[in-house]
Design a protein around this ligand. Structure first.
Ligand SMILES: [Zn+2]
Length: 182
């Protein structure tokens, strides 16, 4: 195995992602870069099972829910999927070996498989783009916010409480004046 593929796609083409988002940048800034690598599981329960690593990078513009300003939210996300042959295999936990030995765990049910990759049907129906789209949707925060809103910063520095009536000229303004003297 070890098959690899990569490419880019305009974010705006992923309609499920941009639904509800502000206008996205044109050109390179609005591109999603993805790569996908197929391989066989090498250990444990995934031994010999076909896996798919998907790596997605994008820089969607989101609206900050605190200050309502748009900002770029970089996404760099990887997901591991396990390919199965048919829809029926999606729920087929028996393929993981011996789940009955875990029965005494009780209420959590199949919680023991929660660290395993999500299963997808790896037939010719496999929709890589949909997986990329899903990953981006999961990566976009439900309530996007600046770490520190630039508006809040500006307000603080623009209007300190004891601002003198006459502002001192900025160093740049002074420079400009010097330049124009001769
Ligand atoms: Zn903000």
């Amino acid at each position: 195995m070890g098959k690899e593929a990569q490419g880019t796609i305009p974010l705006v083409r992923l309609t499920r992602v941009v639904d509800g988002l502000p206008e996205q940048p044109q050109g390179d800034a609005g591109l999603v870069t993805w790569s996908v690598r197929g391989e066989m599981g090498k250990s444990g329960l995934l031994m010999g099972r076909p896996l798919l690593h998907i790596h997605v990078q994008a820089n969607p513009v989101l609206i900050c829910q605190r200050c309502n300003e748009p900002f770029v939210y970089p996404i760099d996300s990887e997901v591991l999927l396990q390919l199965v042959k048919s829809e029926a295999d999606l729920d087929d936990d028996v393929s993981y070996g011996d789940p009955s030995s875990e029965d005494d765990e009780g209420e959590e049910g199949n919680g023991f498989v929660s660290n395993l990759p999500e299963k997808v049907v790896g037939s010719h129906h496999f929709d890589l783009l949909a997986q990329i789209e899903d990953e981006l949707i999961l990566s976009v925060p439900y309530v996007p916010k600046h770490d520190v809103c630039p508006g809040a910063l500006a307000k603080v520095s623009e209007a300190p409480p004891e601002e003198p009536a006459v502002k001192r000229p900025s160093p740049f303004a002074v420079l400009e004046q010097l330049k124009h003297k001769d």
